[in-house]
Write a protein that binds this ligand. Structure first.
Ligand SMILES: [Ca+2]
Length: 501
């Protein structure tokens, strides 16, 4: 009798365990991660922009948390995306720079564990839709049950896509084509939570990809909006930095004649049409975000989905002060210094909005800095998944999501390391960046330029535009940060640039 009772109790405990597990699983949030391309942190109304209209993204921010100091891990696409997916800085993720878009090229090393592999193991349904840019082949996207990938940079109309390994030619405007796929995935009936990594082509310009994977001159490229947005902002005043179209007087290296190129000056600056067309492209992203929120609502998932909206690197603009005038000035990036391709704030600051009504206070903001390497630990935390067995660089942002005003992350510093050159499409005197490492600790940011061992030190709280270099006036601070930065590079075994022999 006693034995039967024990068996019954064990049985009951087992049943409770199953029920407990099922109800716990039911409460885990879906995760919708929306990534824009080249959208800086100043290009949304909810981040202060007044020259464009983003009602759905404003609503997303009003219903959730807006980070005011969020960083991409790199100033360009591939390394930033690899870091986002793996929770590891680009050097550790095996993607230190942009990956060739040549057909058949494999990108991120297979040994890297992605957020999709993490969540799939934890019982999530996983999908990637949109731009990949970490290799251009038909292989499975690591950890994704379902994937719809643009080939290379993708095209604005009728994009050719890799759908679960098969080549598919779609019809329509790229943001709409991808958005329809994303909405369909969100609406699918399923018994488990989902992770959707939805990476837009917009607001990247239309570049021509050559057979060898190289791209046409982005300075000559243009932005293509959806036909329904072609007239949006017509007649609007175009906002530029005062120096955006000036002639580079006093800079003979930039002013000298280059074969086949017109002299730099107002005529070579970005046109009004180019600038407005980029904002028109953003309108389709905004509408797409609205469609996804509506799809979540109509399927009863809105309250338990963490929706994140962010971008892979800063906006294209703000270069004139650096003497770079052919890289495009398609956004003003004010008040930040420089833009995409640079490790000044304009190149790496991005919007980051998180909406999850169950836990995130609506209409909140936080000045706690975050980085995309935090995404994997954050999602693993929410899914109750063990962290992958490899060193990580990010921390879980869940404490900030739940208590944006009071959370403490326990992170000492944020780092960047870019050991190469990024061209400005002018000539060898107009780099968007030369090899550089960066450390931000508290509000101090130190940049170490490896070409000439030069350092710059800024107090971002007092000087968000990085104008007053404190390296000479605060030598102890500069030295301390430089030491920490070197220690970090050693811990990462980071590749360093070498001189040409
Ligand atoms: Ca990008």
């Amino acid at each position: 009798m006693q034995a039967i009772r024990i068996i019954q109790l064990v049985g009951l405990a087992f049943l409770l365990a199953i029920v407990g597990e099922a109800s716990a699983a039911d409460r885990r949030p879906n995760v919708l991660l929306i990534l824009a391309d080249d959208l800086g942190s100043v290009d949304l109304n909810c981040y202060g922009a007044t020259d464009l209209v983003t009602p759905h993204l404003n609503a997303l921010a009003a219903g959730g948390l807006r980070f005011t100091q969020f960083y991409a891990p790199a100033p360009v696409c591939s390394p930033s995306r690899a870091a986002l997916l793996t929770g590891r800085y680009p050097q550790r993720a095996g993607v230190p720079g942009n990956v060739s878009s040549e057909a058949g090229k494999v990108g991120m090393p297979a040994a890297q564990v992605t957020i999709a592999e993490e969540l799939k193991r934890a019982g999530y349904a996983t999908a990637h839709i949109g731009k990949w840019h970490m290799g251009n082949d038909n292989s499975r996207r690591p950890g994704f049950d379902h994937w719809v990938c643009l080939e290379g940079q993708g095209t604005s109309f009728n994009p050719v896509m890799n759908v679960d390994g098969a080549t598919v030619r779609s019809r329509g405007y790229v943001t709409d084509v991808l958005s329809e796929r994303a909405v369909a995935f969100v609406k699918q009936a399923r018994s488990k939570p989902f992770l959707l990594f939805f990476a837009h082509k917009a607001v990247h310009p239309e570049t021509v990809q050559r057979a060898d994977g190289s791209l046409s001159d982005p300075g000559a490229s243009h932005f293509i909006p959806a036909p329904r947005h072609e007239k949006l902002y017509t007649g609007a005043k175009v906002r530029r930095r005062p120096n955006a179209r000036t002639t580079p007087e006093g800079k003979p290296a930039l002013a000298r004649d280059l074969p086949g190129l017109p002299p730099l000056g107002p005529a070579t600056g970005s046109s009004d049409q180019t600038i407005l067309d980029r904002l028109r492209m953003l309108a389709a992203i905004d509408e797409s975000t609205g469609d996804l929120l509506k799809a979540l609502e109509s399927t009863g998932q809105l309250d338990n989905t963490l929706v994140i909206f962010t971008s892979d690197n800063g906006g294209v603009g703000g270069y004139a002060r650096e003497g770079i005038t052919r890289a495009g000035e398609v956004t003003h990036n004010t008040p930040l210094r420089s833009g995409k391709g640079s490790l000044y704030e304009g190149g790496i600051r991005v919007p980051f909005i998180a909406r999850w009504p169950r836990s995130v206070p609506a209409g909140s903001t936080t000045a706690i800095p975050g980085v995309h390497v935090d995404i994997l630990p954050t999602f693993a935390d929410l899914a109750g998944a063990p962290l992958p067995d490899q060193p990580l660089d990010g921390v879980s942002l869940v404490p900030v999501l739940k208590a944006p005003a009071t959370a403490k992350l326990g992170r000492d510093a944020i780092h960047h390391h870019f050991p190469g050159y990024l061209e400005s499409y002018v000539h060898d005197r107009g780099w968007r960046t030369t090899p550089v490492s960066v450390i931000r600790e508290g509000n101090f940011k130190l940049l170490e330029f490896h070409e000439d061992d030069r350092i710059e030190l800024y107090d971002l709280a007092a000087d968000i535009g990085e104008r007053a270099d404190l390296a000479t006036s605060r030598p102890e601070k500069a030295l301390a940060l430089r030491r920490k930065l070197a220690e970090w590079r050693i811990s990462l075994d980071a590749a360093m640039p070498t001189r040409k022999k």
